[in-house]
Design a protein around this ligand. Structure first.
Ligand code: NDP
Ligand code: CA
Length: 317
């Protein structure tokens, strides 16, 4: 039966006592949420989430949990992927003072599904009370040979308009790299192209790069980001004392062609930030795998197969 949304708390990274839920924008923090919210056009047909009840994937039900997940955490910026209901989300977020940009994939797989809602793509929304959009680039990611791939990114330059950081500028990116394990080489090339573009466009500005990278922490494209001259840190490595990525950001079971089941429980979503220009103040906690079993994601309690990530970042330059 329909269940309440899974709601998570925040962990303070500076180890100060207390559990904070509401962001305090007066202290100059910027709350970034990263989320692959799962395209409706894919989940109701091609995704094969066999443990998820059909009712939980029905748009009449899912649409409310999608909004609830977004609104619960009151982000300054939402970096989203697999958005195929941009106008729906925008119409609600608009009323709450957000503006947004959508960049569809050139040849979205959603378009090949029956009863689809148009192409999916990346989207970014920002709170106009806190931020002003200075400029943006809608990018199609290229391979090393120069040809375009079917994956996109949005690069936005923002100016802070309120609080102690008013007047400061930074760049924020949302992207969704090519799916499936055997496409690691293409992801690596997409990451190199994005990294090179950001070195040109972000210059010395503080930078946040969010995305569904479809890559485990040991994959080349993650190394590309972590070892870049952009000087990025993966926020969620700050949640563990050992500096490891969390055990999972996605937790699903798909039906296989042979009639079996394929578990997919791993970390493929990331929130990177300039480590010399932001301090990470707190992070939205991740549930344990045990909490998501036995039905995994998506479910009546959570509308996507990917968990959202959220970080409160303080500009320190
Ligand atoms: P990707 O290959 O990057 O992935 C598309 C989506 O599929 C992603 O959102 C991904 O989710 C999801 N996905 C990942 N693994 C699986 C899986 N095992 N089973 C089902 N879905 C999965 O997209 P591209 O845009 O590069 O590819 C376009 C696709 O569209 C092609 O793979 C092609 O098959 C299809 N297409 C179909 C046509 C047709 O006539 N039917 C014509 C042209 C294209 P996540 O990122 O969350 O892992
Ligand atoms: Ca997906």
């Amino acid at each position: 039966n329909p269940a309440p949304l899974l709601v998570r708390g925040f962990t303070n990274i500076d180890q100060s006592p207390g559990d904070y839920q509401q962001p305090d924008f007066s202290d100059g923090n910027i709350r970034i949420m990263q989320w692959n919210l799962l395209a409706q056009g894919l989940c109701q047909t091609s995704d094969g989430f066999i443990l998820c009840p059909t009712g939980a994937l029905n748009w009449d039900f899912r649409q409310y949990h999608l909004l609830e997940e977004l609104l619960t955490y009151q982000a300054s910026i939402y970096c989203l992927q697999e958005v195929d209901h941009f106008d729906y989300i925008k119409s609600t977020l608009n009323q709450l003072g957000y503006d947004g940009i959508f960049h569809p994939k050139p040849d979205s797989p959603c378009l090949y599904q029956p009863d689809n809602y148009g192409p999916d793509g990346c989207a970014i929304f920002w709170s106009k009370a806190q931020l002003e959009l200075v400029s943006h680039n809608n990018l199609v990611l290229r391979r090393l040979c120069g040809t375009e791939s079917n994956q996109v990114a949005i690069i936005c330059q923002f100016k802070v308009v309120s609080g102690p950081s008013a007047g400061k500028e930074f760049v924020c990116v949302t992207t969704h790299l090519k799916a499936k394990k055997h496409h690691a080489e293409l992801r690596s090339q997409q990451g190199l192209y994005l990294e090179q573009t950001l070195r040109e466009k972000a210059r010395d500005l503080p930078l946040v790069v969010c995305g569904d990278f479809n890559a485990d922490p040991d994959e080349t494209v993650v190394e590309v980001m972590k070892k870049s001259q952009l000087n990025l840190l993966s926020a969620y490595t700050l949640l563990s004392s050992s500096g490891q990525e969390p055990p999972l950001t996605t937790c699903k079971v798909r039906g296989s062609k042979k009639g079996g089941q394929e578990e997919s429980v791993h970390t493929i979503d990331y929130l990177f930030f300039s480590k010399d220009k932001f301090q990470c103040v707190r992070l939205l906690e991740m549930p344990l795998e045990e909490q998501l079993r036995p039905n995994f994601l998506p479910s009546y309690a959570y509308p996507s197969d990917h968990l959202s990530l959220a970080a409160d970042l303080k500009l320190i330059v």
